[in-house]
Design a protein around this ligand. Sequence first.
Ligand SMILES: CC(C)(COP(=O)(O)OP(=O)(O)OC[C@H]1O[C@@H](n2cnc3c(N)ncnc32)[C@H](O)[C@@H]1OP(=O)(O)O)[C@@H](O)C(=O)NCCC(=O)NCCS
Length: 174
Amino acid sequence: MVTGELVKLRALEPEDADAFWRWHNDPEVVRWLSADYPESLAQTRKRFADREPNSHAKVTFGIETLAEGKLIGTCTLRDATPETARAEVDLYLGEKDHWGGGYGTDAMRTLCRYGFEVMRLHSIALWVVAENAAAIRVYEKLGFQVDGRHRDSFRGEGRWHDMLLMSLLEGELT
Ligand SMILES: CC(C)(COP(=O)(O)OP(=O)(O)OC[C@H]1O[C@@H](n2cnc3c(N)ncnc32)[C@H](O)[C@@H]1OP(=O)(O)O)[C@@H](O)C(=O)NCCC(=O)NCCS
């Protein structure tokens, strides 16, 4: 378990499957997320029951509020190798009533700290849709910088959107 100011990050449990299924069927939550093909609740539950253990290559956490102990989202560091000391991050809050309360910033800061201090990463990268202003604000607050723009690389709402590649190096986390 990894603790921040507002949230703690903990391993996912099979019982978390129902919340994930609900989040993935909420158009506002998935608006700027890369879409998977639709999954039934039974398939989601099976995937959670069969989940691989966390490892250096891929570690996924549930984001739980410290105050209420409520699961509000999830975050992952993936594709890490010891040789490159880099990983990519995915993060979202599925509980919309918790948006705008600082939880996303605290969860991202806590995850990056874990990546640098425990996993000994040197750089953490992410892709974000260029119109996702709230997410970009969170990442910039923490010290992420824009490395590049991948044009027309996200399909949503019937049109193409650019995505930004952002990264944070060891020592840059604020
Ligand atoms: C993006 C997300 C993780 C942010 O988490 P959060 O807890 O809502 O964010 P915080 O409250 O920590 O911070 C939000 C910041 O963005 C700002 N913000 C909110 N909406 C904004 C907008 N439309 N334009 C610019 N800034 C905005 C807030 O003012 C705040 O900045 P501040 O602290 O300087 O005032 C969360 O809203 C989410 O999961 N959204 C849906 C999925 C998603 O887009 N995930 C990211 C994919 S890359």
